[in-house]
Each structure stands twice: as C-alpha cells, then as structure tokens.
Design a protein. Structure first.
Lengths: 347, 385
C-alpha cells in the first residue's frame, strides 16, 4: 500500500471508529454483549483482511500497514478482535490458506500437534469466548481449529474483554500447513501487534488527560495553568513518546526484515518498553484527572485498563527483558554497543 | 482532540553514515588504548588534546562544515554517527566537544568571515577548544537576566562581570560570553550580545570551582575591565538573545543526553557474567530496551531535522527521558550487581564505578536546560501555557 493509500485508510478508519465504536459499545462488551453490527461493518470495510494478498480477497497491505491500522484501533479501544483476526488472517494466507469471514484469535502456547489433531491448554486467549476459529502455530506448522472443536472457559480480562482459557482435546484442525512464521515468530508478531495498540492507547490517554486539565477549573482557573500539572503532563508525554517511538521502530523492522524473522530484537525491546511504561502512563493520567478519571463513567479507564492488560499479553516487560538481558549477557560487554546500534540480540 | 500529535517516524541512518561508523570503530579500536586519559571511563567531559588531535587528523571534527574552513561538507547524520561512536566506546572527547558541537556552528552561522577563518580550521584540527560563557551567579535557567556588562569603548568593549560553571575554561582557548552591551538589567532579551573571548585576555581571571565529585571541570571566570576588541563581537550587537537561543537548540536530543554514563551498562554486563539469573537478566534487558528506545527517538529526531523540520518538543522529550535514564542507570545497576554478582572483587570494583556515576548524576538533569525548563517547553507544545 503506498503512503497515500495508507494515510487515507487510517483516516477513514479513525473516523469510522470515532462514530461507530464509542463508549457505549465498549461498555456493552464488558457486560458480555457481542457488538455484531460493529464487527459486520469492520468486515465490510475489509479491515481484518488488510494484510492478506489481493488474490485471496484481501487489501494487499503489508505487515506495516496492518500494524499502523492497529495503532489507530488502539487509540479507540475497539472492543473486538480486529488485531487478532488481522494477524491470524495474515498468517493463514502466508501458509497458503484462505482466510474466511468471522472473528479469529490466536492461541499461542504449549500445544502438541499430531496427525492433524491438537492437544493442550492455552490461558488468557484474547476474545476466546467470541472467536469462531483459533489459529495455532506448533513448531513450523500452522493449524486452524473451529470453535466447535475446543473447550473455552471464559475469563474476561481486567479490561472486560472476553478472554478465556482454551483447551484442545485431540481437536481436529480444519486446516494445517507449513508456516513461514514459526511458533516463536507468531508470538513476536503478536507482541509487536500489542505494542502498536499500546502506542495508540497511550496517545489517547495523553490527549484525554491534556484536554481534561484544560477544561477543569479549580481555585478559579483551569488546572492546566498550574505548573505542577504542566510538568506532570509533560512527563506523561515523555512516556507516551517512548511507547510510540519504540513501537513504530519495531513495526518498521518487523516489516522490512520479512515475515519469518524481521526485527526480532526490536520487537522484544519495543514490547518490553511499552509494557515497562504502561504503569507510569496510567498513574500520571489518573493523578491528573483526580476522582473523575477513576469513575466507570469516564472513558479514561477504557485505555488505562487495556494498557494494564496488554502489557501482560504476548510477553510482559519481565518476559522480554529476560530474553534481551540473557542474550546481551551471553554476548558479553564488548559487543553490547555494536548489538544495540544494529538492533540485534548479538552483533 | 486538538493537541499536537507526537511523532517519531522511524529513520534509518543512510549507508554512507553506517560506512563511516565502521571506519570510526576501527580508528577507536586502534587509538583508544594508546591515548592517555585521566579517567577510566571517559566521556564528553574528559579532556584529551592528544585524542582530539588524532580525531581532527581523520577529518572528524567539524565534519559538516564547509571545506574552506577545514570541514568535509558531510551530513549532519555523519556527525551523529561519530558522536555516538565516541560515547559508545568511551572516548575522551572533552577537549574539542563544545567547539565541535556548539561554538563552531555558532561562528559559522553568525560569526564574521575573519572570525571563521581564524578559528574554524583550528577547531577541525582538534587544537582549539571552547567554553560556554552563559551562566552567572544570578543567572541560571533565567539566562536573560545576565549582568556581565560590555561597555562600548573606542575599538571594542570594556567588560566587567562574572561567569560561573564555565567548563574547561582553565585549559580551553576561548569562551563565548553572553553579555549586556546596552540597556539595563531589567531589559531582559534586549541589549544582549555575544563576544568571542580569548581566555588569556588581561583582566580575565579564571578560578576553579570544584564539583561534589572532587573534579575540577568548572570555573569562575571574572572580567575586570577586560578589553575585548570590536572584531570579537559575534553577529550583531543586540542580537545575543536570538543567537544564544539558537545555540541552545543545537541537538538537544543528541546521544550525549543519554549516553554520558553508558560505561555503567557495559560494566554491569561484565560483572553479571555470561549467565545471570532470570531476575537480573530481566532488569538488564529493561535497561537495554530503554536505551534502545532513546536511540530510536534520537535518530528519528535527527531524521526529521535532516528533512528540514524543527521538532523542538520531540527533542526536549528525548533530553528529559534521556537524562533521567542516566540517573536511574547507576541506581538500578548497583542493586542487581549487588544481588547477582558472584565474585566479591569484581563487585567492589563495580560498586566504586557506580558510586562515581551516582555522584555525577545530579548534573545530567541540570546542564543544558533543567528537567523543569524542558517540561515547560513540552507543556507549551501541548498547549498548556
């Protein structure tokens, strides 16, 4: 997708999410209501197929196009598995399969695959209770399993999204094929996907807190005129900036380096960074908005709760930090700088 | 919502800059072991004329400047790579640092042809060093309140006043002093000018100000009826404020804002050994990820500047985050080193290094614009003031 087409798509998506995926829908999802109309419209726009080739009915976008769209979706807390489905469809198409309609999610964990049948349990699968299909990668094989063939125990995330534990008991796959993205790689792609959603959410948190402080009058003046508040929001902006910059750099590196192993270190660093600063972003924004931002009525928690959930999804700062730290320790002090400038685990 | 969007478009340093990196690394590997340095862990405040001259010989000081002044007319991004390689390899780059980074570009922009010809080629050779004469006892962050007075007299100015925190004045050649050439103390931005001061000028007295780590970097520079010739006025009389603010904006977001104590991270990797426990690995990895992020941000800002934009807010954010990272680094590092290093001797050595870094750390969020000044800039950018 050329730059202009992408920008146009992002603008259209941004407008669409503003109009159709507002506060009421996010709150309904928390009550267990599946927003069927919203999902239908998202499919009609072709968004879940953004990174699927045109000859398979997709928009022919790249991984980078998809990630840019998911950053936009993150800034609206879109409460459907657009990210999971878009990545799942990309993986299915890359393995030679034909993506179908309907919400799909990723069950990435310790599963075994034998004779086209899957076994094992994956916890905290996003949108497990509403997904029609599950995409799994075991070793270098991709499998698609219909919801009817698995057992889902619903356990909503702390952001109120329908996460759950998925158990595969000798479950029949409707499709299996060699995958250019290995199991580890699928996990990395899911991590950069979340990092970009976090960048979108972080951006929205900054905008929300800034606007609020400009409106809120106390002691006879907008609280944004107090230096204490100004410095808090400036500090908040620095953490938001770090989240955006690292996620964008990882998205670029993941795309440029190719589906099977592009930007491996950058993804690790970006998800580590986004997860690391999520709490600071949440803490400062809540402090700046006082009791108002702590209510269920306000939208701030749609974003801060997602940041708290997403920082755990597909590897926390501790998980990715340990990966990076172990690799850098193993490589030793003399190649530290060379590795860092090359964005590699070891130069 | 109407707040400006923060953007850090990912940027690749161009192939010629990456090729230069390889060259610089090769040079440092060969030269650094031979250079006499006063510090084990050198940085941009470690003074070594030998090293600066060697670097100058390679053409790597003032690399972006016109050839007629000794430069190579290479890009700002080539300079970026040299800067980060000097820091990443702990080179003692302090002698020429300010001249290359700040004073030379200022002279190039506002100086007279005579000044440029007399000074710039010497800077590029690594033999002419500069101090910054901005702060005064009563003027820190509020620079417009300077009191040092340059009274116009036949042929030049008679200067009286005091500059403080003047790094390297005891061994540098020149200082660029911000002085009041007309008007009163309360006139703020009006009536200020910049003078090129030879630090050997009669009437200029230099006394050490020792910092808390016991180092003599700073000085107090006193002017007592010092005569500065008219030819040493930089730019126009009365334009000092405009000139000085553009000087402050030079690369606020450069690697020196997050890599001044990079050696701590490297030494931490050394003491943790090749297979640290998971907790230590994880904390180390988070430190690496933060530094990587800062570098991505800084490179993105460099890319925007190269593309003709002036991302002032983004640059201020890099300095804010970067200087605080440098303060966190020794603290986090000593905690995991103490819990996860097995050899007592290595640990004691590392803790000494970390202690030194901790003592230097307060300076990071003060020099070149305090955290609070930076946050004011960002707040303005967010439309809060």
């Amino acid at each position: 997708m050329d730059r202009e087409t992408r920008d146009m798509l992002l603008e259209t998506a941004d407008r669409f999410f503003t109009e159709r995926s507002g506060r009421a829908i996010v709150n309904d999802v928390e009550k267990g209501v599946w927003p069927a109309d919203l999902w239908k419209e998202i499919e009609e726009m072709g968004l879940p197929l953004i990174a699927v080739p045109e000859d398979k009915g997709g928009a022919g976008g790249t991984l980078a196009d998809m990630l840019a769209l998911l950053r936009t979706a993150g800034s609206h807390a879109v409460p459907v598995p657009l990210a999971e489905t878009a990545l799942a469809n990309l993986l299915i198409a890359a393995a030679g399969g034909e993506p179908k309609a309907g919400p799909v999610t990723l069950a990435l964990g310790n599963l075994t695959l034998s004779g086209g049948r899957l076994s094992g349990t994956v916890e905290r699968v996003p949108f497990a209770s509403v997904a029609e299909r599950f995409v799994i990668v075991v070793g270098n094989t991709l499998a698609v399993v219909a919801a009817a063939n698995v057992k889902v125990e619903g356990k909503p995330s702390h952001a109120g999204e329908p996460y759950g534990t998925v158990t595969f008991e000798n479950a029949t796959a409707e499709f299996t094929a060699p995958s250019p993205a290995s199991a580890d790689r699928a996990f990395e792609l899911a991590a950069v996907m979340r990092a970009m959603q976090m960048a979108g959410a972080a951006d929205k948190v900054l905008a929300t807190a800034t606007e609020y402080c400009k409106q809120r009058v106390q002691f006879g003046r907008p609280i944004s005129t107090f230096q204490a508040i100004q410095h808090m929001l400036a500090e908040l902006a620095s953490y938001v900036a770090a989240t955006i910059a690292s996620a964008e750099a990882a998205a670029r590196d993941a795309d440029e380096g190719g589906l099977s192993d592009g930007g491996r270190f950058s993804i690790a660093a970006a998800k580590c960074q986004a997860s690391d600063f999520a709490q600071r972003i949440a803490a400062i924004s809540h402090q700046s908005m006082g009791a108002m931002g702590f209510t269920h009525e306000h939208i701030l928690h749609h974003y801060t709760r997602r940041l708290w959930v997403w920082r755990r999804d597909f590897g926390s700062e501790t998980y990715w930090g340990a990966k990076i730290g172990a690799a850098y320790a193993k490589a030793g002090p003399d190649v530290l700088w060379a590795s860092l400038t090359a964005s590699k685990y070891a130069a | 919502m109407s707040i400006p969007k923060l953007e850090f478009p990912p940027f690749h340093l161009p192939p010629e800059a990456e090729a230069l990196r390889v060259e610089v690394r090769g040079f440092l590997k060969e030269v650094l072991p031979k250079v006499k340095s006063e510090d084990r862990f050198a940085s941009w405040n470690t003074f070594s004329p030998d090293f600066s001259k060697a670097l100058g010989k390679k053409g790597w000081i003032g690399i972006t400047w016109p050839k007629k002044y000794g430069g190579s007319e290479r890009s700002f991004l080539d300079r970026y790579v040299i800067t980060e390689e000097l820091l990443g390899n702990s080179a003692p780059a302090g002698a020429h640092w300010v001249a290359d980074r700040q004073s030379g570009p200022l002279l190039l922009r506002f100086g007279s042809e005579e000044q440029r010809q007399a000074i710039l080629p010497r800077i590029t050779k690594g033999e002419c060093y500069f101090s910054i004469g901005m702060s005064e006892p009563d003027s820190g962050s509020d620079l417009a309140s300077v009191r040092t007075r340059a009274e116009p007299v036949p042929g030049g100015f008679r200067v009286n006043g005091t500059k403080v925190w003047t790094s390297g004045a005891h061994r540098n050649n020149y200082c660029i002093a911000l002085v009041r050439t007309s008007g009163q103390h309360g006139d703020r931005h009006k009536g200020l000018s910049q003078l090129l001061v030879d630090l050997k000028t009669p009437g200029v007295t230099i006394r050490p100000i020792i910092n808390l780590a016991g180092r003599h970097d700073w000085n107090e520079v006193t002017f007592s009826d010092a005569f500065i010739p008219e030819s040493c006025l930089i730019g126009n009389e009365g334009d000092g404020w405009l000139q000085v603010t553009s000087e402050l904006a030079f690369e606020r977001s450069g690697p020196e804002r997050f890599m001044q104590n990079f050696y701590i991270l490297r030494e931490l990797v050394r003491v943790l050994g090749r297979q640290p426990a998971k907790r230590a690995s994880s904390i180390l990895g988070r430190l690496v990820a933060r530094l990587w992020t800062l570098r991505q941000m800084s490179v993105a800002v460099a890319g925007m500047m190269q593309g003709g934009k002036s991302p002032a807010i983004e640059a201020a954010l890099v300095k804010d985050l970067g200087t605080i990272y440098q303060q966190d680094l020794p603290e986090i590092a000593r905690a995991i080193a103490e819990s996860d290093t097995t050899t007592e001797e290595d640990l004691a050595d590392f803790l000494d290094v970390a202690q030194y870094a901790t003592m230097m750390a307060p300076s990071y969020t003060i020099q070149g614009g305090t955290t609070q000044v930076l946050r004011g800039i960002v707040a303005r950018g967010l439309g809060l003031r």
